[in-house]
Design a binder for this molecule. Structure first.
Ligand SMILES: Cc1cc2nc3c(=O)[nH]c(=O)nc-3n(C[C@H](O)[C@H](O)[C@H](O)COP(=O)(O)OP(=O)(O)OC[C@H]3O[C@@H](n4cnc5c(N)ncnc54)[C@H](O)[C@@H]3O)c2cc1C
Length: 422
């Protein structure tokens, strides 16, 4: 039996871990659960940003831990964005040192936290550097009044009042505005998926609603480029199967329509098992990143088997191996989705669908031409040419994912910590 003294985050974590290991444990506290600092924390996941200048090793440790938490407990983390506030009186050299420290620690600093443009955000948070702006309001007697005065900015106002607060009670009053809290009107009910808060659905815009705009959107998400590249590779490579699978089998093995149909049915059944059962198990055991690597590795091997199959059984083996490759697509989709803010999930899925469509438009002419070239009369036949190209493409995707930092399966810019956490 283990007795843990202190029912804060640390004590309860230790207790939980011991219980999971089957060790009897009792957690005691002088007060109640969360009696200490754990009952007061702001709920922000540290990015490490605040240590980048004063303690770079701690910053790197925080950033790494942040990635791990976001990977192993993605459902518990809401990527709400993050920002650090430069307040008046701070030397600009600190800002530069801080940005440099973030770069060194791998903490992105260029991801917007809201739909507002940076200028708009800056104005809302920090006001307009003393310039007077008009305030209009309707008074009790229905008259619209106007007054011109400087706008200090929401954050600067609250921060100043927090700092100037006299005594702990007064500080707590201002601290509550610096903390994520359920909405007093709906108690968080609007957060249910079926009733999204007003800021979640983004207004529809025709300029974004096409495949080429999707490509532009991807350009602005450098952390997602590798998984999205892999996603495109998947769909381009698949074109080889769509255009050449049946023709190559007829040519090389003389397969009939029925035999080709059975082979495709086999492929369908295995892929259903892979995506319905294996994907879940693999993701749990290996994590999304490694599952993607396994998927793309299997795709390379499967397409190579297709390319070189000199006997029907090699083709059947290729079907099994390539079907395991079906782990890849959903994994990279999950990687990018996990790092996309809630109000952009729809756009992300649209982007992925657009890119998939583009690849399925571009892929067949290339693969079909390659098949025609490889089997042109009067030359040595190589019906596996399109599959060889697909193997190379999947290898490119595999290499791109291999070079991805293990936990970086998403736009890490959305590191959810603000400069206001303790
Ligand atoms: C206002 C505030 C905001 C914060 N915001 C964040 C944040 O956004 N993100 C973040 O990561 N961290 C944040 N922190 C820090 C974070 O809350 C603490 O690091 C964390 O809660 C520490 O947990 P703990 O279990 O180690 O300590 P505690 O939660 O303090 O737990 C210690 C427990 O031990 C009990 N205890 C002590 N002595 C005895 C005794 N002799 N016998 C019995 N029981 C005893 C206490 O009652 C207490 O319940 C914040 C802290 C504060 C104060």
């Amino acid at each position: 039996m283990v007795v843990v003294v202190g029912a804060g985050a640390t004590g309860l974590g230790v207790g939980w871990d011991l219980a999971l290991r089957g060790i009897p444990v009792t957690v005691v506290d002088q007060g109640d659960v969360g009696h200490g600092t754990s009952g007061r924390f702001h709920g922000l996941l540290h990015s490490g940003g605040r240590y980048v200048v004063t303690d770079p090793p701690a910053a790197r440790a925080c950033a790494e831990e942040n990635r791990i938490v976001r990977r192993v407990a993605a459902a518990a983390v809401e990527p709400a964005g993050g920002f650090f506030v430069q307040v008046g009186g701070e030397a600009d050299s600190f800002r530069r040192a801080w940005l440099e420290g973030c770069r060194a620690a791998g903490i992105p600093t260029d991801v917007p936290v809201a739909r507002l443009t940076p200028d708009q955000l800056r104005f809302v948070y920090h006001g307009d550097a003393g310039a007077v702006v008009p305030y209009r309001w309707e008074s009790g007697d229905g008259q619209v009044r106007e007054r011109w005065k400087p706008f200090e900015g929401v954050l600067d106002t609250v921060l100043r009042r927090y700092r100037e607060a006299y005594g702990e009670a007064d500080r707590q009053v201002w601290a509550q505005y610096l903390t994520a809290r359920p909405c007093p009107a709906c108690q968080g009910a609007r957060l249910r998926p079926e009733s999204l808060p007003p800021e979640r659905p983004r207004p529809f815009d025709w300029r974004r609603a096409n495949a080429f705009a999707s490509l532009r959107a991807v350009r602005h998400a450098p952390d997602m480029l590798r998984p999205i590249f892999a996603w495109c590779c998947t769909w381009f490579a698949i074109s080889a199967s769509q255009t050449s699978f049946i023709l190559a089998n007829q040519l090389r093995f003389g397969w009939s329509t029925l035999q080709n149909g059975l082979a495709l049915a086999l492929m369908g059944v295995i892929q259903a098992l892979v995506q319905g059962v294996l994907l879940r198990l693999a993701t749990r055991r290996l994590g999304v990143h490694r599952t993607a690597l396994v998927g793309y590795g299997a795709s390379v091997a499967g397409f190579l088997l297709y390319a070189g199959a000199s006997r029907p059984w090699l083709m059947l083996l290729g079907i099994v191996v390539l079907s395991i490759g079906a782990l890849g697509g959903p994994s990279v989709q999950s990687m990018v989705s996990a790092d996309t803010p809630a109000n952009r999930q729809g756009e992300l899925q649209g982007t992925l669908a657009s890119l998939q469509g583009l690849m399925l438009v571009l892929g067949p002419p290339v693969m079909g031409s390659l098949f025609a070239f490889g089997t042109r009369p009067g030359h040595a036949r190589f019906a596996g040419a399109p599959f060889l190209l697909s193997a190379l493409i999947c290898l490119g995707a595999l290499l791109a994912l291999l070079r991805l930092r293990p936990a970086a399966g998403r736009a890490e810019g959305a590191l959810p910590e603000g400069g206001l956490s303790r």
